[in-house]
Write a protein that binds this ligand. Structure first.
Ligand SMILES: Nc1nc2c(ncn2[C@@H]2O[C@H](COP(=O)(O)OP(=O)(O)OP(=O)(O)O)[C@@H](O)[C@H]2O)c(=O)[nH]1
Ligand SMILES: [Mg+2]
Length: 213
């Protein structure tokens, strides 16, 4: 359950990536897919993350503290915004990559895809990147309210095939109709529990005290 959420900090530069010593879940996806809306939906606040009908609104990494530091959501800038100036695009791309490569607390990337559309080349590139760097991810389909049940089934098949994942692995959400939250919360619980176990086991088979000296 999410009992508390607050905005902590925006980061514009890879050099300033933060380390709060708690697990992070990054929210990635194409510009306008609904990343900031998704965060607001998850935390039950309308205006915590800034949303916009205009693509390219989130240009920084935005950190949100959840449950008084239990974990963090990191809202990433959207990619694939055709109208953005080339220099800006490169800057966001570098910022995203820098974050994914260097954050020591990242436990999972939520890759959001608009359920109405086939995943873009940028989406596929991101998924390939995550695979090749062994960064775990979860695909979340957004804007389910725009499709009928039957269309949703078809859309899931299209997304699963484009991204080489199982249909059952796709979580479906609508911030408009407020559906799909329970499944995401349960996924987060599992991720946190797993991260906790990994941490504990790496401590167990830890080195002798002083070994590093
Ligand atoms: N119908 C519908 N609209 C949605 C949903 N989620 C988001 N939107 C709309 O999609 C638009 C973009 O939402 P944002 O949350 O700002 O998208 P974003 O991915 O953060 O965009 P950038 O920050 O530009 O990358 C807004 O007009 C939202 O109201 C949804 O589940 N259903
Ligand atoms: Mg945004």
């Amino acid at each position: 359950m999410i009992k508390q959420a607050k905005f902590v900090v925006s980061v514009a530069d890879g050099k300033n990536i933060r380390d709060f010593g708690a697990p992070e879940i990054a929210i990635a996806g194409k510009s306008n897919v609904g990343k900031s809306s998704f965060i607001n939906f998850m935390v039950n606040q309308n205006k915590l993350a800034k949303t916009s009908s205009e693509p390219g609104r989130t240009r920084l990494l935005n950190y949100f503290e959840i449950n008084n530091g239990e974990y963090y959501f990191v809202d990433l800038p959207g990619y694939g915004y055709a109208k953005a100036p080339k220099g800006e695009k490169e800057k966001w791309g570098a910022l995203i990559e820098n974050y994914l490569r260097t954050s020591g607390n990242l436990i999972n990337v939520f890759v959001l895809v608009d359920m109405r559309h086939e995943p873009s080349n940028d989406d596929k590139m991101l998924i390939n990147y995550l695979y090749s760097y062994h960064i775990p991810f979860t695909v979340i389909a957004t804007k389910a309210d725009k499709l009928s049940r039957a269309q949703q089934q078809k859309a899931k098949a299209v997304i699963a095939s484009a991204l080489a994942i199982g249909q059952g692995d796709i979580l479906v959400t609508s911030t408009e109709k407020k559906t799909g939250k329970e499944a995401v919360l349960s996924r987060i619980d599992n991720l946190l529990r797993y991260a906790e176990q990994i941490k504990a086991s790496s401590k167990d088979d830890g080195e002798e005290p002083g070994e590093d000296l």
